[in-house]
Write a protein that binds this ligand. Sequence first.
Ligand SMILES: *Cc1c(COP(=O)(O)O)cnc(C)c1O
Ligand code: SF4
Length: 351
Amino acid sequence: MTASSGTTLRSLGELVDAGLLDRRDAPAIAPVVTRYAVAITPTMASLIDGGDPADPIARQFVPTPAELDARPEERPDPIGDEAHSPVPGIVHRYPNRVLLKVLHVCPVYCRFCFRREVVGPGEGAMLPPVVVDNALDYVASHPEVWEVILTGGDPFMLSPRRMAGIMERLATIDHVKIVRLHTRVPAVDPDRVGGDLIAALKASGKTVYVALHANHPRELGPAARAACARLIDAGIAMVSQTVLLRGVNDDAETLGALMRGFVEARVKPYYLHHGDLAPGTGHFRVSLAEGQALVAALRGRLSGLCQPTYVIDLPGGHGKATAARSGVVALSDSGAEIEDYKGGRHIYPPP
Ligand SMILES: *Cc1c(COP(=O)(O)O)cnc(C)c1O
Ligand code: SF4
């Protein structure tokens, strides 16, 4: 019983009809859907094994009552973006790079999303052009900004025409050298990565990086890999980002297969994110100790190309910090003690 249809599933009724939800469970989930947007693309729906109650794709996108279980440490703005927003649409936390949030719409709505309180369709989902213009004025008037990172929502949901408009404006800002876009589209809706969109991305004339968000190796099927190839063959560099999620990728086998899948698709693993403290997402979080053990397990068994950096976004707007264990376990004037990938300890002499 595999769900697949031509349109994105958005309501409880559609999820039931597609066989992704038991009709008897719908009443308990109704308040979740009222609170947080739902969308499952045909590509993602087709990957769900309806016979597996713990399916890792379903777990990412099908709403559950657990999302109403907010914990005291969770917060609506888990990584403190608001405190660093000088003008609407811009988050300027690090001196040399800014986030440009152009829309709140996504192709899918992930149940663990750290921006779940702000993403969704409807009122205010697209930033009005005048607000985007003001945000770009901010970039133009800050010569220290070397990189502009389009995020949202998912910037690949912009029409090619609006994307081209933003890229053409960025083309006029000399101090911006890098344009980066964070998206889930190449994996969850690969047909959207067409010639018009790619031409629009190239209109900035800058070095363009696309960071693909994917969390399970099944997401990198033939169509997704082909979408990545279209971007890369057009001269766009790609990196990955993954959220460490309980029941989705919290075992070395799955995480390793995902990282190999990225590398095979010419997407360089970049970040493995520790889960953020977004409301109602506690059932997805693993402990830092588990995360560190997983990352250490990847060290020995995978090519260096497959190693992501494990990072945690500190609550309160303090930015990202590395979360992996260091190989250097002790450091003193008499030398260092360093752990190899099998756990053996070795002394390295002082200079
Ligand atoms: C994560 C983040 C970035 C990008 O950080 P990198 O380490 O360069 O990937 C930039 N700005 C903000 C506000 C962020 O949260
Ligand atoms: S695509 Fe990104 S922003 Fe959109 S719901 Fe998923 S995690 Fe959140």
